[in-house]
Design a protein around this ligand. Structure first.
Ligand SMILES: *[C@@H]1O[C@H](CO)[C@@H](O)[C@H](O)[C@H]1NC(C)=O
Length: 143
């Protein structure tokens, strides 16, 4: 192998490893612990995104139309749509949404109808919904 070929090979390896690492972000806590930490858990659809600044790297908020309240603190949800802040948080594996995305949101309470994303978004499918509901009800439902 020539020196150039070797350098090229090393570069490709490093790039591939970096891309791989980025694609497998590891949650620092289990889903069960994340659910315990979240004061409010809802499933819903993002109706609108609000960005405060022009900077795409900033956290942003969104209006979420609630489909189902899975876990709730009394008197914090006063209407069918709520504002969720803290999307785009680099400290979470999965915190980005687009309009029309439907997700399960693990939230902490800011104010009535105002919440902050407490940990990564969960994609909705039958299994995930059952698992989250079961965990909130304190049943064991983990593989
Ligand atoms: C999640 O909520 C807990 C309280 O339930 C809080 O201590 C923690 O800081 C919150 N995490 C984030 C990322 O907001």
């Amino acid at each position: 192998m020539t020196k150039m070929k070797f350098l090229f090979f090393v570069t490709v390896c490093v790039a591939a490893t970096t891309a791989y690492r980025r694609s497998v972000c590891q949650e620092s806590t289990t889903l069960k612990d994340r659910e315990k930490l979240a004061v409010v858990i809802i499933s819903g659809t993002v109706e609108r995104i609000y960005r405060t600044g022009p900077d795409k790297t900033e956290d942003y908020s969104g209006m979420v139309d609630i489909k189902k309240v899975i876990k709730c603190k009394e008197d914090t949800i006063a209407s069918k749509s709520v504002i969720v802040m803290g999307f785009g948080n680099k400290g979470m594996c999965n915190s980005d949404v687009k309009e029309r995305d439907t997700r399960i949101f693990l939230l902490s309470v800011v104010n009535t109808n105002y919440f902050r994303l407490n940990s990564s978004l969960i994609r909705i499918n039958r299994d995930n919904l059952d698992m989250v509901s079961a965990a909130v009800q304190g049943k064991r439902h983990y593989n």
